[in-house]
Design a protein around this ligand. Structure first.
Ligand code: ACO
Length: 354
């Protein structure tokens, strides 16, 4: 039987137009631009408008990715949406995205693994492709975490931003796409990133509102230690599965949670920081959207070449981690078509390709 691979044929991202700088936060919080920049590398974040929801952002990024893949949404076989900040607990955000994109009743699934959700979803998409079940899959990472943050808690609210990123994965016989991966979960330490109330363990009620325990709470120091511990071994396992070494990787795209975590990962892995994609200064931590946003932005501006081999590296609530080695595919994107697409970067706040 012919072996099938999954080519990433389209990518797109959306960030809401409204920017909140660290200086803006100084007006309402006991914080400073200096503290936030020094401890995290964040200078600003994009925050969704009142008329936006998680699914409306996801749809914009998806339309951009589908346009670049030149694939009508009606040709999709499966939609995977990674988010921890859905429009509703139920129905799933993935069904809202499906309804907006296609009248066909294709399967749609929401994947909830915190910041690692996009990489988990990408790995899931490849399983369906390699099994020969589906040919055209939309994978979205999207978060509107600003609605789930306690804006009185300076230890969390300064860290996050809203965004969406999407890719189209299509079956091909050309060897490319996912080469190796390493997924994991350390659920015994899940309390370090938690929304304590609002679920079945502690249903919503007036006491919850008083305590503000329906918002995200995080033990930053423990999460920081977990992240710096997990990146190097997870990368090694994903590279081993891919039959590659770190020198084969053109770009590492790490989850954008804290510049110091990225610097520590670079040191541990023996990779110069210059080979890491970093955009945390402009978008902050956009959780499940951070990797597809960085991917789309840097493919579109030409920094990542369509022939490059990438290492995607993420960690998040759960505590989960995800590493994936992805080979982009030269035969599907000529240099000329890429430069045409690159010119379109940054038109408004939707990256529209081509
Ligand atoms: N402004 C000013 N001071 C602050 C702020 C702020 N925004 N936030 C905390 N502080 C203070 C603290 O109160 C503390 O003061 P104290 O010493 O008087 O008690 C001091 O700064 C130091 O606090 P630490 O928590 O030790 O600061 P640290 O250097 O660890 O940085 C941070 C905190 C940025 C949260 C860091 O621990 C971190 O990035 N952790 C990882 C978080 C993460 O990556 N989360 C991603 C996963 S989220 C997901 O999956 C949804």
């Amino acid at each position: 039987m012919t072996r099938l691979y999954g080519a990433i044929t389209g990518w797109g991202a959306y960030v809401p137009p409204h920017i909140v700088t660290n200086h803006d936060l100084e007006a309402t919080l006991d914080t400073s631009d200096e503290w936030i920049v020094q401890r995290t590398g964040i200078r600003q974040r994009h925050i969704a408008g009142a008329d936006e929801t998680t699914s409306t952002m996801a749809i914009k990024a998806s339309l951009a990715a589908l346009a670049q893949a030149n694939l009508p949404a009606t040709e999709l076989d499966l939609i995977l949406v990674a988010t921890s900040s859905p429009d509703y607990f139920t129905p799933p955000a993935s069904s809202l995205v499906q309804a907006a994109l296609t009248p066909h009743h294709i399967p749609a699934m929401t994947i909830v693994t915190g910041c690692t959700g996009f990489v988990y979803a990408l790995v899931t998409a490849y399983q369906f492709i390699q099994a020969g079940v589906y040919r055209n899959i939309l994978v979205v990472g999207v978060e509107l975490l600003s609605r789930f943050l306690d804006w009185r808690d300076r230890s969390t609210c300064v860290l996050f931003g809203d965004a969406a990123g999407a890719v189209v994965v299509q079956a091909t016989e050309q060897p490319c796409g996912l080469q190796g991966y390493d997924l994991g979960s350390d659920g015994a330490n899940c309390q370090h990133i938690i929304m304590p109330a609002g679920g079945s363990a502690r249903p919503f009620g007036p006491d919850v509102l008083d305590e503000r325990s329906h918002y995200i709470r995080m033990n930053g120091r423990e999460v920081f230690k977990f992240a710096t511990r997990i990146f190097a071994p997870a990368s090694e396992r994903a590279l081993r599965m891919a039959g590659k070494c770190i020198d084969d990787i053109d770009w590492v795209i790490p989850h954008q949670a804290n510049l110091r975590i990225i610097q520590a990962a670079a040191k541990d892995m023996g990779v110069p920081l210059e080979r890491f994609i970093v955009n945390i200064d402009r978008y902050a931590n956009t959780s499940a959207a951070s990797i597809p946003l960085a991917l789309a932005e840097n493919l579109a501006n030409g920094r990542i070449k369509p022939t490059d081999t990438l290492l995607l590296l993420s960690f998040g609530a759960g505590l989960t981690w995800a590493a994936a080695v992805v080979q982009m595919q030269p035969q599907l994107h000529s240099a000329q078509s890429l430069s045409e697409k690159s010119r379109r970067v940054g038109e408004g706040n939707v990256f529209v390709y081509p």
